[in-house]
Design a protein. Structure first.
Lengths: 1084, 364
């Protein structure tokens, strides 16, 4: 499909004065695409030139159309010397390449210069004619739609959700090329902008090809990131979820059961490696690692994570799920055999394992009803890598960490850099996959990847939520293989996803299980952590709130490997503390589940920062969280005792206050209402053990569940005291304010139409004198708290309102600088308006889901055991004894906890657990009660209120921006394409531009303006799923210089206010009504 | 821990009206924060002083960036950098161009030049308005003046079109421009009792009746092409005003005029005797003012003269305003009955405006 690109330059306005003598400008325009350049005439002596050019035509391959941006340069003509550049406009023409989106790009674009910022505007019209040419070997992927939105876009339905697509492209960073020493900063910046634009075009095309290969037509949840690795290059990488989408003609249409062609059970996705013995090639783990191995192993938890660098311990053996090296021992082999035979039993030979869908990951965070069957918990993996060795193949083998060398395939390191990075990510993903498996889940949802780079050290992180999905939506039924888990009886409304997917007796981590408080049928954990949005059908009590854990750790400055080692040694401690904090704060709020959890670990020269954000809610299906108890270590001292009890009182008060604030009133009454089929006497709060099982095991289990009720904080030193204090320092938002980091606030449904998206950036300088961990923590905590306070204050005119999708990003640009960037949207809501829920909607979907599930019941259940072998377990005794750890916590912390108890202790408990496990295996694993029950829809969900709010008379030309996938009070009628922009701004007159604040303030405002202009030119009036993925700020005040790089993306859409929609739809029945012309005012 | 950088950028630019006012009033950030603290905002919102400081800084930065655009308000409407709802844009512009009564009284009629700008220090101390605010107001006057000075057409329309001001504010600016252009003296001690509103009222009447624009299209003079229709007084008209001198120079005419007025007002005026006694003085004063207007210097003293020659004598005799009105009406109307006087139209053009002005100027 070659095409013809047509460009017309209409006019300019507000141009800067380029000729001091006349106070005017002689402007002309260069239009460049690929290697072809056209020029307009010079329009003499005007700041508002009218070129009205002919149509410039470029005949190009569609491959180029996808990769190349259209480059428009405005210049000032100078007869005697070189023409001066005024500025540039890059236009991504991708949105013109698929039929349903925009047909023309036309409007005023800000003329941007990397040194001077926006300098006037230019009016441009762009069109593309595509010719069909089906015979060609496809290198392009025109027609594949991309969405940043991490749910199925509003006016589409998902026919099939194919799964994970990823790609990365590497290049040299122009900033680090030799030529950069002689060229101007402007030339260097422009080279960089252009290169990144090209690379992201190429990346998108390549991902598109993969999607076409999978026979999909769209990528949803597309997330593209840049890694500025400095000397070693520039990486552009992207992940997404391939789907086949159908445009909805009528909004009510529902997803029909997918006709997945082959549902053979042979394909078992987790075993893509035909050779299950690879694990033996794993290194004989060094002793040091062995000791440490308890932490990553313990990590198979609710919050399963591993932050170590010993990825070698995760060989690509699917079944072994990576723990062979750690566990060793005969049991492992036994288990392996078992699972192996189980697989064979099921008719699939190991060689027929599905290789195609390597990673069953989904970048989506919200799903069609019925898609999500169970949620296991958060899985995450981190790995520390060294960047400096990339160019030297001889050293590549020991990249990252000496321990990981065996894993790396020497052949892949010949020269091609993407392979290196691919291998890194493949390791991480493999790790994630095995974690998910450990949780009895076959898929990971809400999946995301990130990096943190400091000098030559790079931390790669990935996280997601282990889940069991309904295969109906997945192509080829590749997922069923693992759907052997006890199949829920038809997903009870609003609680099905909470039910544990793993075997109760072979829990991957110790947790309190109780019968679901909603349906009374299935077991649920006492706390649930996830990275996804709250499912719309979930039953929530009260409102949610933003919960953050913040942490700093000093580290010594070091070079290369020593540095990497130091970091990897610190990581598990950090993760442990972050989880402890999260859990404490969650309990303090009286809540029992976290959604949208995002843990960011940032590496700096001399410290590590951890920031976890999530939205806490009270899920009706989960038990009431226990309180927090404080225990003192030295009980003799009277005043100390008094102090402790004082603290205890404060904590209890806070919990009570929070419960009131978030309207959490656990439904004690509900027990009578929801008649449980197996009437069991239930204590008010506490969990029920699996009585049905044999007693010997119960005792064993009891060991690990020693303290059921309270979460005990032991105050044995000042550190702990600090922790408790910091718990209490978090101030709740002022009344009328709520905040969350998910799409919508649980418990608020009546949004009104006013929205305000904003970005706030703060940088603080630490005084180097008092750099202790405590001081650092306090500074960081204050920074975040003050930032939030400022936001509440600034937005006070919007009360009552909710800050949604609050997204914190931390970076450490220099030694003593901490930068925090926040992007969020404030949405007003109506306090009084009656709640309206899309009850019927949920009901319907649930019913459908339940019928779909029946077909799954036929799968055999033997495979339960394969969730076991992977983990060594948190030693039961340690658990019991080290009171500072958390009997109440579902091992979240344990994820990376480093044992404080003695090694012997650990060993013994370890052995106990192995015993325990063996028993489980002997007993077989079928313990599922499969009952079919009519779903009783409890659709008290928080589906967005569809009632029409008073429509603020929307002014012409306004482009809304929001990080959410929707616009309250409005309906998205059309997706116009993805917006993905990268800008560099530099100044050599920092003081004159108002210092760093003035500089960055202006730049961010300019970035917003350019995004809006592009959307308006596409005919859109909003950007949804907007995200500022990068904001790299560097300053050199001594030289009066600063530089900033910003990368933003989102989906350009046309929306119609619901009040208007009614009018429109009566007039014309189709939904593709004309956009409420956004460009209207601007184009005149 | 010090904050190196602290910014907030909204997709819709946040404008805090209170902070905008403080900024316009020329307060420094720290003064503004102190004033906000005093307003009790901390108690209302539960915020801390640090939050207030950061918020104020942020707004100040935004205003600083907007200021460039406010200098040419149509730019504010078309720019793409700040997304601001139209109602807010109007508010920003209107407030930016608003001025203080005390300040405008100080510079009204003065040449808007560098020299005057240097005096802003004194004005600031005298009025208690911050120097920064004085500068803004002065620069606004000057900017508007520069843009519309050479422009043809209605002064108010021109100002509205180029500065997007409300009708009221545009009229005020028209008065300021008109006064600045004609350099009317307003600062004399005896004029201190007059408000800007008084002058603006007079300016409007004069623009409507005494300028070239007031005559309508087709200027009679060839050189009037270069003249500004609304800003400059109609020179020909001023020249003609000399003709009115006969009203006082001709003894018979003056007597006749007096008797006509006295007859008509007898019994209707509380201050009849005073009027009768003073008639000739007052009439001479009014007519002489007209006759002198050919000289630029006398034009400048117009208001001083009016106050000296008419307002003060009447006031010393305690004329009530109603009597002044009756007198002036009768005084101008009676001229029509003077057979020997041929410049009726000229008289009406002069006296119609002057009567309006005098009535406005006549107060304590």
């Amino acid at each position: 499909m070659p095409g013809k690109l047509k460009v017309k330059i209409v006019a300019g306005r507000h141009l800067p004065v380029m000729d001091r003598a006349s106070d005017l400008t002689d402007a002309f325009v260069e239009v460049k695409f690929g290697n072809t350049t056209f020029k307009t005439d010079v329009y003499l002596k005007s700041l508002n030139p009218q070129w009205n050019s002919e149509w410039f035509k470029f005949e190009v391959d569609d491959e180029d159309l996808q990769d190349e941006p259209l480059q428009i340069t405005v210049l000032d003509h100078d007869t005697y010397s070189a023409n001066d550049a005024i500025g540039k406009v890059y236009i991504d023409i991708d949105p013109l390449l698929y039929s349903e989106a925009a047909t023309v790009i036309s409007g005023w674009f800000p003329i941007y210069d990397t040194i001077h910022g926006i300098r006037g505007e230019i009016n441009v019209v762009v069109k593309v004619d595509l010719f069909n040419d089906l015979n060609r070997f496809r290198q392009s992927s025109c027609g594949v739609k991309f969405f940043c939105t991490t749910s199925i876009p509003k006016c589409y339905r998902a026919v099939i959700i194919h799964g994970f697509v990823e790609e990365l492209v590497v290049n040299e960073d122009p900033e680090y090329q030799w030529i950069d020493r002689i060229r101007t900063p402007r030339a260097s910046n422009e080279a960089r902008q252009r290169l990144i634009s090209l690379m992201s075009g190429e990346l998108q095309r390549k991902i598109g090809l993969k999607v076409l290969e999978m026979r999909g037509n769209a990528v949803v949840g597309y997330l593209q990131c840049f890694d500025l690795e400095g000397e070693s290059g520039l990486v552009v990488r992207a992940i997404g979820t391939a789907c086949t989408l159908d445009k909805l003609s009528s909004p009510a249409a529902f997803l029909p059961a997918c006709s997945s062609p082959s549902k053979e059970m042979k394909e078992i996705p987790f075993n893509e490696d035909p050779n299950p013995n690879t694990h033996s090639s794993g290194p004989s783990t060094p002793l040091k690692n062995q000791t440490y191995s308890f932490s990553p192993s313990k990590s198979y938890s609710r919050q399963s994570s591993s932050s170590d660098t010993d990825l070698s311990l995760t060989p690509k053996t699917g079944m072994g799920s990576g723990s062979a090296g750690k566990e060793g021992g005969p049991f492992k082999a036994l288990l392996r055999q078992q699972t192996q035979s189980a697989l064979e039993q099921r008719g699939g030979s190991p060689h027929r394992f599905c290789r195609r869908r390597e990673f069953p990951f989904f970048t989506l965070t919200a799903f069609p009803p019925g898609f999500l069957v169970h949620v296991g918990g958060v899985v995450s993996a981190r790995s520390v890598k060294l960047l400096d060795r990339i160019h030297n193949p001889a050293f590549v083998g020991i990249m990252g960490n000496t321990r990981s060398y065996k894993l790396l395939d020497w052949n892949s390191f010949n020269s091609d850099e993407p392979e290196t990075r691919d291998a890194w990510w493949a390791e991480i993903r493999q790790e994630i996959k095995s974690h998910a498996k450990a949780l009895g889940c076959h898929a990971v949802v809400g999946y995301s990847e990130s990096t943190s780079i400091c000098e030559e050290v790079c931390i790669l992180s990935a996280s997601g939520t282990a889940a069991v999905l309904n295969p109906r939506f997945l192509q080829d039924g590749t997922m069923e293989g693992c759907l052997e888990q006890r199949l829920e009886e038809n997903l009870p409304a609003g609680c099905g996803f909470c039910h544990i997917p793993y075997d109760e007796l072979n829990m991957p981590f110790p947790a309190h299980l109780t019968y679901c408080y909603n349906c009374r049928k299935q077991k649920v954990p006492d706390v649930l952590f996830t990275t996804i949005d709250l499912p719309i059908d979930a039953t929530v009590i009260g409102k949610g709130c933003l919960i953050q854990a913040r942490l700093c750790r000093l580290k010594k400055k070091a070079q290369a490997e020593a540095n990497a080692t130091a970091i990897s040694n610190l990581l598990p401690f950090m993760e442990y503390e972050v989880h402890t904090q999260l859990m404490n704060k969650l309990k303090l709020k009286g809540m029992n589940a976290l959604f949208g959890l995002r843990i960011q670990i940032t590496v700096g020269e001399n410290m590590l920062m951890g920031l976890a954000s999530a939205t806490g809610v009270y899920l009706a299906a989960l038990p009431t969280p226990g309180g927090i108890q404080i225990a003192g270590k030295t009980p003799n001292d009277g005043s100390y005792e008094q102090h402790i009890s004082h603290m205890q009182k404060k904590i209890n008060d806070t919990i009570a206050k929070n419960k009131e604030l978030y309207e959490i009133s656990p439904p004690d009454i509900s027990e009578e209402i929801i008649g449980s089929p197996i009437p069991e006497p239930r204590q008010r709060s506490r969990l029920l053990r699996s009585q049905s099982e044999s007693s010997d095991e119960v005792t064993e289990l009891d060991l690990s569940h020693g303290k059921k009720d309270a979460f005990v904080l032991e105050i044995d030193d000042t550190d702990a005291m600090e922790d408790v204090h910091s718990l209490l320092t978090d101030v709740p938002p002022p009344s009328g304010f709520y905040s969350c980091n998910t799409e919508i606030m649980p418990g608020i449904n009546n949004w009104t139409s006013e929205i305000q998206m904003f970005t706030s950036v703060r940088v603080i300088r630490l005084s180097s004198l008092n750099l202790t961990n405590q001081a650092l923590n306090k500074n960081f905590n204050d920074l975040c708290e003050n930032l939030l306070k400022s936001l509440y204050f600034k937005l006070r005119s919007m009360i009552p309102c909710c800050l949604c999708h609050v997204n914190f990003t931390v970076s450490l640009p220099e030694d003593e600088l901490i930068q925090v960037t926040v992007t969020a949207v404030a949405i007003t809501f109506d306090k009084n308006q009656a709640l309206q829920t899309a009850k019927t909607h949920v009901e319907k979907s649930l019913q459908r889901a339940s019928t779909d599930n029946e077909e799954l019941l036929q799968f055999p259940l033997e495979l339960c055991s394969d969730s076991l072998p992977s983990h060594p377990f948190p030693p039961a005794k340690e658990h019991l004894e080290s009171a500072s750890s958390n009997s109440g916590i579902p091992a979240a912390q344990r994820a990376t906890s480093v044992d404080y108890s003695s090694f012997a202790d650990r060993c013994s408990s370890w052995i106990e657990l192995i015993k325990l496990k063996a028993q489980t295996i002997r007993r077989g694993s079928i313990k599922t009660t499969v009952t079919v029950e009519k779903a009783s829809p409890m659709g008290e969900g928080n589906f967005r209120n569809r009632s029409t709010p008073p429509c603020a008379n929307s002014t012409v030309g306004v482009v809304k921006m929001t990080p959410l996938s929707f616009i309250p009070g409005a309906k998205i009628t059309k997706y116009l394409g993805i917006i993905n922009m990268f800008f560099i701004r530099e100044t050599t007159s920092l003081r004159e531009e108002g210092g760093v604040s003035g500089f960055l303030h202006a730049f961010i405002a300019e970035v917003f303006a350019m995004v809006r202009a592009h959307v308006a030119a596409l005919g859109g009036n909003a950007v949804v799923s907007y995200i500022m993925k990068q904001c790299v700020f560097m300053e050199n005040p001594n030289k009066n210089q600063a530089q900033c790089l910003i990368n933003v993306s989102g989906d350009a859409v046309v929306f119609v206010r619901e009040s208007e929609l009614e009018v429109v739809s009566t007039q014309q029945p189709t939904t593709n009504c004309p956009p409420s012309c956004a460009g209207g005012e601007v184009t005149t | 821990m010090t904050s190196e950088l602290d910014i907030f950028v909204g997709n819709t630019t946040l404008i805090d009206e209170d902070v905008y006012r403080l900024w316009l009033d020329g307060y420094s950030v720290s003064d503004a924060v102190a004033l906000r603290v005093r307003s009790g905002i901390l108690e209302q919102t539960g915020a801390t002083a640090a939050v207030l400081q950061s918020d104020t800084m942020d707004h100040y930065r935004t205003f600083h960036m907007l200021e460039r655009l406010l200098h040419a308000p149509p730019k504010l409407l078309h720019q793409l950098i700040f997304q601001i709802p139209p109602s807010r844009q109007a508010l920003l512009i209107e407030r930016y161009y608003a001025f203080d009564e005390a300040f405008v009284r100080e510079v009204l009629g003065k040449k808007l030049s560098k020299g005057t700008k240097k005096d802003l220090d004194d004005i600031s101390t005298k009025t208690g308005i911050t120097l920064k605010s004085c500068r803004r107001q002065f620069d606004n006057f000057k900017r508007v003046f520069k843009v519309v000075e050479e422009m043809r057409g209605s002064l108010v329309d021109n100002i509205q079109q180029h500065f997007l001001l409300s009708d009221r504010l545009a009229r005020d600016y028209a008065a300021i421009v008109f006064f600045a252009n004609n350099r009317f003296e307003t600062g004399k001690k005896k004029l201190q009792y007059l408000s800007f509103g008084d002058f603006a009222y007079c300016a409007e009447l004069m623009i409507q009746n005494w300028t070239l624009g007031a005559v309508g299209e087709a200027p009679t003079h060839p050189d009037s092409q270069v003249d500004d229709m609304d800003v400059d007084l109609d020179k020909e008209f001023l020249q003609d005003l000399k003709e009115l001198k006969m009203l006082v120079a001709d003894k018979d005419l003056l007597d006749l005029h007096k008797s006509l007025v006295c007859t008509a007002l007898r019994g209707k005026l509380g201050v009849f005797s005073e009027m009768e006694a003073n008639f000739k003085n007052l009439s001479r004063g009014l007519v002489n003012v007209a006759a002198k207007l050919t000289h630029n210097k006398d034009v400048r003293d117009l208001f001083v003269d009016l106050v000296e020659k008419f307002v003060e004598p009447c006031r010393s005799d305690h004329w009530p305003l109603s009597d002044v009105r009756l007198f002036l009406n009768q005084y101008s109307a009676s001229v029509h009955s003077l057979d020997g006087f041929r410049h009726q139209a000229l008289w009406d053009r002069y006296m119609g405006t002057l009567r309006g002005c005098l009535l406005r100027l006549y107060h304590d």
